[in-house]
Design a protein around this ligand. Structure first.
Ligand SMILES: OC[C@H]1O[C@H](O)[C@H](O)[C@@H]1O
Length: 337
């Protein structure tokens, strides 16, 4: 992976096992609605047995972003760890088939490729239970200086804070990116994930490790420990890193669209029209994909955010977190490309 890249994504390499469900099932299984909960292998097995008919499709938050960005023309690479099993092969195939460069070797022993059991309720809300498996093998040795240095933006999943060695990979990649004059983006991933690592995320933001932050309102409220949306956005708007600089913040707000927070201002971008919400899995991932692809094309922040809303609108109208339509065509229809 030595050619120059627009975007290098570090993320948990996960295959999604998706089934429709109802609130009674979530309550019976004691699963927190709308959140991502980590589970161990025995729990993964019992949950799989208990859930309804499943669709198996590649996922992983960062990998979804990598695929969306590649579909929109960004030269993209991915770093994440699978096992040499069937799900690992599926994951690798689906990344490469969309043009994402991915050459991290599969683990030949240890835990199986990660699975995320995604339960989708009739309102389209997704509730996730993740067995991290082989993702836990990702570490600093998987970060290659030349590859990271060649990427204009390095994008990191907040979920990488869960497997212990991955956060070292994350820190190493961020340092190399900055030494090479490139930008580092972070997604906060999930409100509960922020709850687990709030202090560390705030430190990354404030010590200048992060240039571009993606969050939804729930994650932002968790970061700033407030129930008030406006207060959370104001806190991000006023945030400055150790060099006294404002970060670029992208805040997704479901049907209300997104906010571009920069230079002490928060500007609104409307949501793209959606006929019917089927499955919200991957909405934030595809927003980030659209934004980063726009950024790579040299579009301004607001237009890039609009591209994000187009990609997000596509992915929530079907099951699964990978786009099924031609994103470039959808963006052209909106006059964005
Ligand atoms: O953001 C959605 C993704 O989060 C989890 O990582 C699942 O794999 C899913 O595809």
């Amino acid at each position: 992976m030595t050619d120059s890249l627009d975007l290098l994504v570090l993320g948990n390499a996960i295959v999604d096992v998706i089934a429709r469900t109802d609130d009674a099932f979530l309550a019976k299984e004691g699963i927190a609605r709308g959140a991502m909960t980590l589970i161990d292998e025995p729990r993964a097995e019992t949950l799989f047995q208990a859930m309804g008919p499943a669709t198996i499709v590649s996922g992983g938050s960062g990998a979804n972003t990598a695929v969306g960005a590649a579909m929109l023309g960004a030269k993209t690479g991915f770093v994440g760890r699978v096992r040499d099993d069937e799900l690992g092969q599926l994951f690798r195939h689906d990344l490469k088939a969309t043009g994402v460069a991915y050459d991290v070797p599969a683990a030949t022993d240890g835990p199986a490729t990660a699975r995320c059991f995604v339960l989708v309720t009739p309102d389209g809300e997704r509730t996730m239970s993740t067995y991290l498996g082989a993702c836990q093998g990702l570490g600093p040795d998987d970060i290659h200086k030349e590859t990271v240095a060649s990427a204009r933006v390095v994008y990191l999943e907040g979920y990488l804070w869960d497997p212990p060695a991955a956060k070292e990979a994350f820190r190493k990649a961020a340092e190399i990116a900055h030494r090479s004059g490139n930008a580092v983006a972070l997604t906060l991933s999930d409100a509960f994930c922020v709850g687990r690592y709030r202090d560390e995320f705030l430190e990354l933001i404030r010590d200048g490790s992060i240039d571009i932050l993606f969050a939804n309102l729930g994650e932002l409220k968790s970061l700033y420990q407030t129930e008030d949306e406006e207060a959370a956005v104001a806190a991000l708007r006023d945030e400055r890193n150790g060099r006294g600089m404002h970060m670029l913040g992208l805040v997704t707000r479901s049907e209300k669209g997104a906010l571009v927070v920069h230079g002490g201002q928060a500007r609104e971008v409307a949501a793209s029209p959606v006929e019917h919400v089927v499955d919200t899995t991957g909405a934030g991932d595809l927003f980030a994909a659209g934004f980063l692809a726009g950024h790579a094309r040299g579009l301004d922040h607001l237009t890039s955010a609009r591209l994000g809303t187009v990609a997000a609108a596509e992915v929530i109208q079907h099951i699964g977190a990978r786009p099924q339509a031609d994103l470039v065509m959808l963006a052209r229809e909106q006059g964005l490309l």
